[in-house]
Write a protein that binds this ligand. Structure first.
Ligand SMILES: *Cc1c(COP(=O)(O)O)cnc(C)c1O
Length: 401
C-alpha cells in the first residue's frame, strides 16, 4: 500500500523542531509517562542536558570527540551515476563512514559525555539488532564507563556477532526473556532496570523515543547530521538548499537529526518507513515506553510487532516529534517494502560502489520510486541521509539474493 497522506506545501510554524513545549510535548505527542522514580530521573537528565547544551565547554568537548573518535564531519557524496539514471541530482550524507558504521555513534557519544558530567559511572541501553548496543559499549569504553545492554533472547540468537562485539568492548549483555524477546521487550526491561539504578546509571536510549527529555535530547545530538549537511549543500548544490530531504525512519533519530538542519527552509522532508514498521504512516495514538505517540496496534490497542528485513526499522512506533511533523504536514511519511529496499541496496552498490545498510536502502528505494513515478521533478536536488553501512547485512543479503 502506498502512502495516501496529502502532499501539502511545507509550512513551518515558528518553533518547529525547536524546544518541545512544556512537559516535553510536540503538539499532542510526547510527555513523560513513567513511574514516579523515573519521572524524577528524567527531570535530572533534562536539567543536566539543558545546562550542558548551553555550555560551550560541553559542546566543544563533544565536537572534538565526534571529530577525533567518530570521524566527523562525514562527507556529502554526489551519487553521479545513479543521479544520471534517475534524472535527479542525488547527494548522500555519509553516516556510513562514521566509526562503528552508523549515525548511532553521534547520540551515544553525546549521552556518554552527559552521563560523565552527571557523575554517573554506568550506561544502561536496550538494543535490537545490536547496533545501538555496540555504539553504547564503544562510547562507554572510550570514556571509562560501564555498560549494561538489554537484548531480547531471540535477537541474541540472531545477532551473535554484535553480541560478541559488545562483550569484547567490555559491556555486559543481559538476555531478555519476556514477551516476544525482541527490541520492544528489551526497552521495557532496560527502563525497569533503570528504576533501581538511577543514582549511579544513565539510561542511554537509542532513538528519538521514550519519555521527555529523550526525544528532544537525542534529536539535538543527531542534529549534527543536518547542520553539517545544510552547510555542505549551501556550498555544493546548484539550488543551495535541496528540493527534497529524505531519510529512513525506525524510531526516527537519523531523520530527526537530518530534518532539524532544514526545518526552516522550503525543502520537502520525507521520512521513509518499512512497510512492516510504519508507525508514522499507519500507527495509532498510544502510550509506550514513556511517551505518547503513534504505534502499530490491533483493534484492542495491543502493540503489534513490527517486521522488516532491516533490523533497525523493526520498531512498532515512531518518535513523538515525527508524529507532530506529520500532523503539521511539515514532513511526509511513506513506506517501502523489503524487496524494494533490497533492490535499492544492490543498485547503490553497483552504481556508486557503496553497500548501504538495509535501513538506509529504504530511503533510497523511495527516491528511486519517486523519480520513476514523477513525484520528483526532473533535475530536482535530493539530499538523502545514508544512515549506515551494509557490512552488518551481508549475511542477510547473501541468503536473499
Ligand atoms: C538503528 C538504525 C536506523 C534506525 O534508527 P533511527 O532512530 O530511525 O535513525 C537506521 N539506520 C541504521 C543504519 C541504524 O543502525
Amino acid at each position: 500500500m502506498r502512502n495516501v497522506l496529502p502532499w501539502r506545501e511545507p509550512a513551518t510554524p515558528a518553533g518547529t523542531m525547536g524546544e518541545p513545549l512544556t512537559r516535553g510535548r510536540f503538539g499532542e505527542y510526547g510527555g513523560r509517562y513513567a513511574p514516579e522514580s523515573l519521572v524524577e530521573a528524567c527531570r535530572e537528565v533534562d536539567e543536566a542536558f539543558r545546562e550542558a547544551w548551553a555550555d560551550p565547554g560541553f559542546r566543544g568537548a563533544l565536537a572534538r570527540l565526534l571529530a577525533v573518535h567518530a570521524g566527523r564531519p562525514t562527507p556529502l557524496t554526489p551519487a553521479r551515476r545513479l543521479s544520471e539514471a534517475l534524472g535527479v541530482e542525488l547527494y548522500l550524507k555519509r553516516e556510513d563512514l562514521t566509526h562503528t558504521g552508523s549515525h548511532k555513534i553521534n547520540n551515544v557519544l553525546g549521552q556518554a559525555l552527559l552521563a560523565t558530567r552527571m557523575g554517573r559511572r554506568r550506561l544502561i541501553a536496550e538494543t535490537g539488532a545490536g547496533q545501538h548496543g555496540v555504539a553504547t559499549a564503544t562510547a562507554a569504553a572510550l570514556l571509562g564507563l560501564e555498560a549494561t545492554v538489554f537484548m531480547g533472547e531471540r535477537d541474541i540468537e540472531r545477532q551473535a556477532l554484535n553480541v560478541f562485539r559488545m562483550r569484547m568492548l567490555g559491556a555486559e549483555v543481559v538476555p531478555v526473556t519476556t514477551g516476544s524477546r525482541t527490541l520492544k521487550d528489551a526497552t521495557s526491561e532496560a527502563m525497569r532496570h533503570w528504576v533501581g539504578a538511577t543514582a549511579d546509571s544513565h539510561y542511554c536510549i537509542g532513538s528519538v523515543v521514550g519519555p521527555d527529555p529523550y526525544p528532544w535530547l537525542v534529536r539535538e545530538f543527531q542534529r549534527v547530521i543536518g547542520d553539517e549537511a545544510r552547510a555542505q549543500c549551501a556550498a555544493e548544490l546548484r539550488t543551495g538548499v535541496p528540493d527534497h530531504v529524505v531519510a529512513c525512519v525506525g524510531g526516527g533519530s537519523n531523520a530527526a537529526g537530518t530534518f532539524a538542519g532544514f526545518a526552516d527552509t522550503p525543502a520537502r522532508l520525507v521520512g521513509v518507513e518499512a512497510e512492516g514498521g510504519a508507525g508514522a504512516a499507519r500507527g495509532r495514538l498510544g502510550v509506550l515506553h514513556g511517551s505518547r505517540s503513534l504505534f502499530l496496534q490491533d483493534d484492542d490497542g495491543q502493540i503489534v510487532e513490527a517486521h522488516s528485513v532491516a533490523a533497525g526499522l523493526d520498531y512498532p512506533g515512531v518518535g513523538p516529534e515525527h508524529a507532530h511533523l506529520r500532523d503539521l504536514g511539515r514532513a511526509r511519511y511513506v513506506t517501502v517494502t523489503d524487496d524494494e529496499a533490497i533492490a535499492a541496496a544492490v543498485r547503490l552498490a553497483r552504481t556508486e560502489g557503496i553497500v548501504p545498510a538495509l535501513e538506509s536502502a529504504h530511503a533510497l528505494a523511495w527516491v528511486i520510486r519517486a523519480a520513476g513515478g514523477g513525484e520528483l521533478a526532473a533535475g530536482a536536488t535530493v539530499l538523502m541521509t545514508l544512515s549506515g553501512r551494509g557490512d552488518k547485512d551481508v549475511s542477510t543479503l547473501k541468503e536473499l539474493l
